[in-house]
Design a protein around this ligand. Structure first.
Ligand code: SAH
Length: 296
């Protein structure tokens, strides 16, 4: 601010008139401005001076909002809780350090309903509404680990978004999409239930993930506009792999998806080579069904 205030005017304020300690302007009942020391929210009770009374509710509001922003005491915001989950995943057989680091970074408790938040770091699937569930951390980690073993992923370093361009079928609440985004250049995640698509949008927004696009649509058709994909990962299991997924897979790309085999579901891995596809079958799993069409 430069120049002098015209005589008799209080504004504009001049910095050199605002000497330390910092003062705040307080209106008297007559409307004249005066100055008062600015106290921190945690300061001792304010001396009851009538002139300062308007400041008391402000101080009070600041203290209340500070209490609201503070952790609830469950400690779920701490990186330590997630690191312990990652340590358990390692003990249970997940070997890929890059995957474990991504699992340790994404706040799973922010994706589950308030009533279930204390279970967020247990190895369990939890309801997310509309008859769907957030996948178990061990299954998310295992599937992403399998994706990381695809030919294209192996050519990239951990810092270069090793998974490349990924298509996820079944956004659900968006948790797995957020983990994938840490390991990919770009993730497209398709959800057929509009309310869940909207919910995921709200849940991922605060995380400011710039390389994740949520798509409302039927994932059985894949997502043509951004194909081909280095990785396709499904969070819902059908009777067979939809042809669209095979068509939209890049050479050197890999699909990891649950598929029904007799009366059970197994994780299937499909690699696309220059001249065809190679199928592999892995462990038994239990996913919600893959369904066609969309629901508003
Ligand atoms: N990855 C999710 C898990 C979601 S559960 C998470 O981290 O929370 C599986 C989801 O797949 C459900 O939301 C279900 O609605 C969705 N789904 C099933 N069939 C689908 C299809 N054809 N296209 C898109 N989504 C589908």
């Amino acid at each position: 601010m430069s120049g002098n205030s015209p005589p008799g005017r209080k504004f504009p304020l001049r910095l050199d008139q605002m000497a330390a300690p910092r003062k705040t302007l307080v209106k008297t009942p007559q409307g004249a401005a005066t100055t008062a020391p600015l106290k921190p929210a945690t300061a001792a009770p304010i001396t009851p001076r009538p002139l300062l009374r308007p400041q008391q509710p402000l101080q009070h509001a600041a203290a209340v909002s500070a209490r609201k922003a503070a952790p609830t005491g469950l400690g779920l915001d701490s990186a330590g809780v997630r690191q312990r989950m990652a340590d358990r995943l390692r003990a249970e057989g997940i070997r890929n350090d890059t995957v474990l680091a991504a699992m340790a970074a994404v706040p799973r408790h922010q994706f589950v309903d308030a009533a279930l938040v204390t279970q967020a770091y247990e190895d369990t699937s939890l309801p997310i509404g509309h008859g769907q569930t957030i996948s178990k951390p061990s299954v998310v980690a295992r599937m992403i680990e399998l994706l990381m073993d695809g030919a294209n992923a192996k050519t990239r370093t951990a810092s270069a978004g090793p998974l490349g361009r990924v298509l996820e079928i079944g956004t659900g609440c968006g948790y797995q999409a957020a983990v994938l985004a840490r390991l990919s250049k770009q993730v497209f995640s398709v959800e057929r239930l509009k309310p869940l698509h909207d919910k995921a949008r709200d849940l991922v927004a605060p995380l400011r993930i710039t390389n994740l696009r949520l798509v409302y649509g039927d994932g059985m058709l894949g997502h043509g506009p951004n194909a081909p994909y280095d990785g396709i990962i499904a969070a819902a299991g059908g009777d067979a792999l939809p042809q669209a997924w095979l068509d939209q897979l890049a050479v050197g790309g890999r699909i990891v998806a649950p598929v029904r085999e007799g009366s059970r579901q197994v994780l299937v891995v499909v690699d696309r080579h220059e001249h065809g596809f190679k199928h592999g079958v892995h462990e038994v799993v239990q996913f919600v069904p893959l369904r066609s069409g969309t629901v508003r």
